[in-house]
Design a protein around this ligand. Structure first.
Ligand SMILES: [Fe+2]
Length: 275
């Protein structure tokens, strides 16, 4: 079982840093994690992942970015679960991304994620620039999280820029919704422990348990010709959507049932299991 850095297990981290600001963690606290990662053949894991799930591996020149690399290796996945469960005991969705063969002056570009990232330098050095989101940016990011849209570089802000130089063995905590841009200052290899955010929007999906009792949810959808404006009032959509909304307002709608199904879906899922 790997030990997360002691700093991350303190009340100070939970109360003042978690999801509020970044944190640079020294290599003395990450020695065990670094050793565990180096004991694995991360290049062959990425090759296995590319065969198993090609969409998870992207290449920009020499740089290889492998998302959810632990899908291809049980030991790597256990490292992710060990790490995540020590920070958030009830966490269900945690994984490891790898950035292999990142040449000097390269990186993944400026972006934000809808997850908390703990990136560790396995080899080489990276210079990171981070910016916290504005209120407007957070509202936009929340929509991305709720609708499960991919995160995009849309949170350019005027806020303070935090800069960190992360050397071999050091770790950087990047809170969700923070813009971040890491550029290698030497040939680099890094891994990120990714704790995916969960939200109450998951509970909302269980409204479907009630709507599913109705017949008209399964009616054929109107055909919308590509590139043509369509008068929505001429089709059955307003009536059907109105019926579905009315059903949610009716006295037969039982929030308790929805919540019990939602709760069951959480307790049934294994820790670390991908969604
Ligand atoms: Fe990222």
């Amino acid at each position: 079982m790997i030990e997360v850095p002691c700093t991350l297990k303190t009340d100070h981290f939970r109360d003042t840093i978690w999801r509020r600001r970044p944190l640079h963690i020294g290599s003395l606290e990450t020695q065990q994690i670094l050793r565990s990662l180096r004991n694995l053949d991360l290049h062959s894991i990425v090759s296995k992942l590319a065969a198993l799930a090609p969409a998870q591996v992207s290449r920009v020149d020499k740089l290889v970015f492998a998302q959810r690399a632990c899908m291809a290796d049980a030991t790597l996945r256990q490292l992710a679960v060990d790490f995540g469960s020590q920070l958030v005991p009830t966490i269900r969705n945690v994984w490891i991304d790898l950035v292999n063969d990142c040449p000097e002056k390269s990186g993944l570009g400026n972006h934000f994620d809808t997850s908390d990232n703990f990136t560790i330098q396995i080899r080489g050095t990276k210079r990171w620039q981070l910016q916290g989101p504005t209120e407007e940016g957070i509202a936009l990011a929340r929509k991305h999280l709720a609708l499960r849209l991919p995160a995009t570089p849309i949170l350019q802000t005027e806020s303070e820029v935090f800069e960190f130089v992360v050397h071999e063995g050091e770790m950087l905590y990047i809170p969700l919704f923070w813009m971040h841009d890491g550029v290698a200052t030497s040939d680099s290899q890094s891994a990120s422990f990714v704790l995916n955010a969960e939200s109450w929007i998951d509970a909302v999906y269980f409204l479907c348990w009630h709507i599913a009792d109705l017949e008209n949810w399964s009616y054929p959808l109107p055909r919308v010709p590509r590139g043509e404006s369509t008068n929505i009032s001429s089709c059955a959509a307003p009536e059907i959507i109105g019926d579905l909304v009315s059903a949610l307002r009716s006295t037969s709608f039982c929030p308790d049932r929805m919540m019990s199904e939602w709760y069951k879906s959480r307790s049934d899922r294994m820790i670390g299991e991908p969604k």
